[in-house]
Design a protein around this ligand. Structure first.
Ligand code: UD1
Length: 359
């Protein structure tokens, strides 16, 4: 049985790490199991890719497609053309894709058209916002997949409503949380950046095109953040897309707002886990903060991860500066929601995936 596991962009690496480890472990009882890791090269900077491989102890990919950046069509097509050659040469029985980035959809379409079975990890998430490229990637990938591994029951319900047969859907929990569980101790043993004290700083991340490519929205968010930074220091590790927009618009460090280069996985987890609150437009960080019990303000009007609002620490605040300030200040003044961790976010999701696949 040959499995190709695909990773392409930063949020994929923490999801593939435990799956790869679990599949490798199954080789003791299934010596016929062959697993190849394919990196599409969607993310390629040291800080966006190799640093994550190092922190997460992921072995070097067996194949790198070196697709790189481009418009959506360019990037997707470059991945597809290169991945078709890999599938042709390797003839895998299964292709596993994770998440919702362009590489996820590109490899799912390529494999399915070649008659190869596709498993999607993190299936069924829906923002119902078709202006998000990731929503298009999720819909396309899910409707092609033969096995759909979900993180929660809301995702299972979404898939059933869309007509996916129940036997294809497996609620396994969250592989991103497997990685948090595995790495938390190492992450928390790293020193905090100088000047920061445990529980006395906030973290900001922004990279959604709808937030950072639109000058007015970016200015609104940063205006609110600047007011909040008068109460608490804020660390802002900036994605390359965001950094370019900040530079173009003449933004620089404020006295309590530290814009930094992207952090790799362990320092970032160490930072978030010791922060007072997080402001973000990321998907994965909504889940990590729910698991860690850290208040999260999501700077978007919707989320594909509603479970983090229903049972976790996440509050959707949108991008209205008055609302961002109001909610942030109420958190700083002690407002705290009762929260819990969703079912099966227990560090064993990748093992459930590996068991289902090898059975
Ligand atoms: C992608 C994903 C998004 C995910 C995000 C995490 C899609 C549609 N989007 O968005 O879902 O949340 O990754 O980071 O797949 N760049 C670099 N170095 C790199 C990679 C990118 O400088 O290593 C710059 C390039 O200018 C590139 C831009 O960032 O054009 C955007 O990269 P891209 O991979 O297209 O999308 P992201 O915004 O990173």
């Amino acid at each position: 049985m040959k499995i190709v596991l695909v990773a392409g962009a930063r949020p994929n690496f923490m999801k593939v790490a435990p799956i790869l480890a679990a599949l490798h472990a199954r080789r003791q009882t299934r010596p016929d199991l062959c697993v190849l890791l394919v990196h599409t090269g969607q993310h390629y900077d040291q800080a966006m890719s190799q640093d994550f491989f190092d922190d997460l102890r992921i072995p070097p990919p067996d194949i790198n497609l070196c697709a790189g950046s481009g418009s959506h069509a360019e990037q997707t097509s470059k991945v597809m053309v290169a991945f078709e050659k890999v599938c042709d040469a390797e003839k895998p029985d299964w292709v596993i894709v994770v998440g919702d980035v362009n590489s996820t959809m590109a490899c799912a379409i390529t494999a399915k058209k070649m008659g190869i079975r596709v498993a999607h990890v993190e299936a069924g998430l829906r923002s119902r916002d078709m202006s998000m490229p990731e929503e298009i990637n999720r819909l396309c990938t899910d409707c092609l997949s033969d096995l759909l591994f979900t993180t929660d029951t809301i995702a299972c319900e979404n898939l059933k409503r869309e007509g996916v047969p129940e036997e294809k859907i497996h609620m396994v929990g969250n592989t991103m949380i497997d990685t948090v569980v595995r790495c938390l101790e190492r992450a928390r043993s790293l020193p905090l950046p100088s000047g920061l004290e445990n529980g006395r700083f906030a973290v900001l991340t922004l990279h959604r095109p709808s937030n950072v490519d639109n000058h007015e929205t970016l200015a609104d968010i940063l205006g609110a953040v600047s007011t909040i930074s008068e109460r608490i220091p804020i660390v802002f590790p900036a994605h390359p897309r965001t950094a370019a927009n900040l530079a173009q618009n003449g933004y620089s460090n404020g006295s309590h707002l530290q814009v930094t280069k992207p952090f790799s996985y362990l320092p970032f987890l160490g930072l978030v886990s010791r922060s007072r609150m997080v402001l973000t437009d990321s998907g994965g960080i909504q889940e990590e903060t729910t698991f860690l019990g850290i208040p999260c303000l999501t700077l978007r009007s919707n989320t594909e991860r509603p479970v983090t609002c229903q049972v976790g620490t996440n509050i959707l605040v949108g991008t209205d500066p008055a609302r961002i300030r109001e909610v942030a200040l109420s958190v700083l003044n002690g407002f705290r929601r009762r929260s819990s961790v969703p079912d099966k976010w227990d560090g064993h999701s990748a093992e459930r995936i590996a068991d289902t696949l090898v059975q």
